[in-house]
Ligand binder design. Structure first.
Ligand code: FES
Length: 167
């Protein structure tokens, strides 16, 4: 009887040591996989849009990708899937990479279109691919958050969620 109890005790002790070891290993693995704080902060791009005038195109970079912001004029309409408002100003934005084969289309303010030099792809001012040209879909919209007069790319805000239909 005493022998069985001793065996049980040894078994429980060994099991406990194994469990602690496994948990310690998992914690160490998680720490290894988590990005460093400097890497996390590098994933954000903040743009102050207070200086962007009506009709102006602004380009920046987020995670190595070209991104753009356009403050639309009052006659350019409002597309809730592609635009958002700050007070009465309408802005549109996107990742300026052609959805055909990845070239960087150029915005032509006179035409209010993006033209891709590679194979003639065209996008509207809202970044929607124009039928009959090679790009199969609109520009991607990067996650963003409106913070006063600033846009923080890399964070998810209500304007972004509304545009992608998740708000
Ligand atoms: S990469 Fe833009 S049209 Fe082909």
């Amino acid at each position: 009887m005493a022998e069985i109890k001793r065996r049980d005790f040894l078994g429980m002790t060994l099991g406990g040591v194994t469990a602690v070891g496994a948990i310690t290993s998992l914690v160490a693995m998680k720490k290894t996989w988590d990005p460093l704080p400097s890497v996390v902060s590098a994933g954000f791009t903040t743009v102050d849009i207070s200086g962007i005038k009506e009709g102006e195109f602004f380009q920046s970079e987020w995670r190595g990708k070209p991104i753009y912001i356009i403050r639309k004029t009052s006659d350019e309409g409002f597309d809730p899937k592609r635009d958002f408002k700050i007070n009465d100003s309408v802005f549109t934005l996107g990742i300026q990479i052609c959805t055909h084969l990845g070239c960087i289309p150029i915005f032509h303010p006179d035409l209010k279109e993006f033209l891709c030099p590679c194979h003639g792809g065209k996008f509207t001012i809202d970044g929607i691919n124009i039928k009959g040209t090679p790009p199969p879909r609109p520009f991607d919209i990067p996650p963003f958050k409106v913070d006063g007069t600033k846009i923080v790319f890399g964070e998810v805000g209500v304007e972004y969620q509304t545009m992608i239909g998740k708000a």
